[in-house]
Design a protein around this ligand. Structure first.
Ligand SMILES: Cc1cc2nc3c(=O)[nH]c(=O)nc-3n(C[C@H](O)[C@H](O)[C@H](O)COP(=O)(O)O)c2cc1C
Length: 202
């Protein structure tokens, strides 16, 4: 009941269509973290794994997020860059699914973003060997306290294994809830550098 989507009225460029939906959802005030997205990767055994990460930026090249390169997702992406991103904005009755290829961003990009984060988040990145097992929480809290003292008046260095990925999209699906389950689904597929726009059955 919120809106509709038509293959003739959507933007010819899916990133522009995403920009419109992202903006409208943000303006609606009905979603706490509009930029929370499920990143799905394929592990070395061929199993998919989805987890939420935050979209930090998007532009004509694609979607950017930041993480620990040694994490489960980092290892999966470095072996197989084919990933999916999905957004669900319940109040708008909208879903967006993106398929694309993830590549590390430059060290400069990662360093700039790292230093724009609150000091606590920077130290947290230093403390955590993300996705590896630890015997208890106290070890992490102790490490954090030690680092807080060590870096009281010093710039915190970006860990080498921390940085960004850019997901360059090859396909999109925009889903708009409609009455009687006749939802609108518009797909975009990159064909010879052009976006082919088609309607999918709900
Ligand atoms: C709302 C939300 C936002 C998150 N944002 C990030 C993020 O931007 N980067 C990140 O590495 N993990 C983020 N996480 C944690 C991940 O979901 C995940 O637990 C972590 O990255 C380890 O995943 P992995 O072991 O599959 O690599 C977020 C979790 C939630 C619930």
């Amino acid at each position: 009941m919120r809106d509709n989507l038509s293959e003739t009225s959507v933007d010819a460029n899916p990133l522009q269509q995403f920009r419109t939906w992202f903006y409208e959802t943000k303006e609606s005030g009905g979603v706490d973290e509009v930029n929370a997205m499920t990143l799905s990767t394929i592990d070395s055994e061929g199993f998919p794994r989805g987890r939420v990460v935050l979209l930090k930026k998007y532009d004509e090249f694609g979607f950017y997020f930041y993480t620990n390169y040694n994490s489960e997702k980092g290892k999966s992406i470095d072996a197989n860059g084919k990933v999916s991103l999905s957004f669900f904005w319940p109040n708008m009755e909208r879903q967006v699914i993106v398929k694309g290829v993830a590549k590390r961003t430059s060290v400069e990009d990662a360093t700039n973003y790292f230093h724009s984060r609150p000091k606590g988040s920077q130290l947290g990145a230093l403390v955590s060997d993300q996705s590896s097992v630890i015997s208890n929480r106290e070890i992490l809290e102790k490490r954090l306290m030690e680092l807080e003292i060590e870096y009281t008046n010093k710039e915190i260095p970006k860990p080498e294994h921390w940085g960004g990925y850019l997901v360059s999209p090859i396909s999109f699906e925009f889903w708009q809830g409609r009455p009687n389950r006749l939802h609108d689904r518009i797909s975009y597929n990159l064909v010879d550098s052009d976006w082919l726009i088609e309607r999918l059955q709900p």
